[in-house]
Write a protein that binds this ligand. Sequence first.
Ligand SMILES: [Zn+2]
Length: 187
Amino acid sequence: MIIQKFRDAVYTKDTKIRKVMLRWHLINGHSFSNQEEAVTNIRALMTDINKIYGKAFLFESEIKFYDSEYKDYKFAKHKEHCNTKYQGTKCVAPSTVIEKMEGKNWKDQPCFHVLVVNFQRPELAGYGQFPWMDQFGLLVMSSKRIHKGATTLPHELGHCFGLFHIFRGVSEVRGCNVCYERDANDL
Ligand SMILES: [Zn+2]
């Protein structure tokens, strides 16, 4: 299932480049006000990630706009994370929305789904699912991080490719003496 998302290797003289399709999902009236501006911002992000990952991947994109019953909702990673402290806020999980949009087999499609949302916790920038996780294929981005030069998309794509943070050894793993990094940094 994993290889299905990395398609059509393009062979150059000394390397091979995998094509990866990002299917962007935007809900009308939810996280952006102007379709044209949203498209311009996404195109700029696509140019950025192709520069960053260009030696290994060629990213392509398709952008879908939807009318959805969830346009007035905020998003939390899982339904159980919807926080009651935000009283009166309707809250939904991204996977619920993607399933409605793309059907039950969305995980098996040969693309990554990028859902642009307003998170219930406004400090969240986004998240990507590791290849071994249940919702691999889903990448969720805060609408605040959809602009040229924003680093959230390349960061979260790294997780989709199986990469941990390079500061993992310092702040995310306990009792690891092999992978320990003495100085954390966020490159
Ligand atoms: Zn991360």
